[in-house]
Design a protein around this ligand. Structure first.
Ligand SMILES: [Cu+2]
Length: 144
């Protein structure tokens, strides 16, 4: 009986330590994550509820959960992607790594990290979703 106790105690302590450690990891993660909701619509436009013009503003390096609802336009890619969402630096139109997304019809979520460099960016659709595909873009600002 007493031998059993000494064997079990370290395991119990380790379990407690793990529970404490995971609690410390989980809390800042949940607080840092901001949800941004965008509709990539069938008329080849990005839309955001409550904004006349869709526009995203984030803080440099901020953790973001991008929640997208995508509705099919007049045309789409062979792989079933109906709209794209690629982040470009406004100054030279270069792509931001990790922000080249493709949407399937319906709801989907992407866990993303905002660029570390503050400035002006632009989101563009990379799927030829209609004859008006070129009009599918929006402003994206990174604050310091
Ligand atoms: Cu599109």
């Amino acid at each position: 009986m007493s031998r059993n106790m000494t064997n079990r105690q370290p395991i119990r302590r380790m379990g407690f330590a793990l529970a404490v450690a995971s609690a410390f990891v989980a809390v800042p993660w949940a607080q840092a994550q901001r949800v941004i909701e965008v509709t990539a619509d069938g008329d080849s436009r990005y839309k955001m509820t409550g904004q006349r013009t869709p526009e995203i503003t984030v803080k440099a390096g901020e953790q973001i959960l991008l929640r997208v609802t995508a509705n099919r336009g007049k045309s789409w890619n062979r792989d079933g992607s109906i709209h794209g969402f690629t982040l470009l630096r406004a100054k030279d139109r270069s792509r931001v790594e990790g922000w080249d997304l493709l949407f399937k019809p319906g709801k989907q979520e992407f866990l993303l990290t905002a660029p570390s460099e503050p400035g002006a960016y632009e989101v563009v659709c990379t799927v030829i979703c209609s004859a008006d595909h070129e009009g599918m873009h929006m402003k994206f600002t990174v604050l310091p």
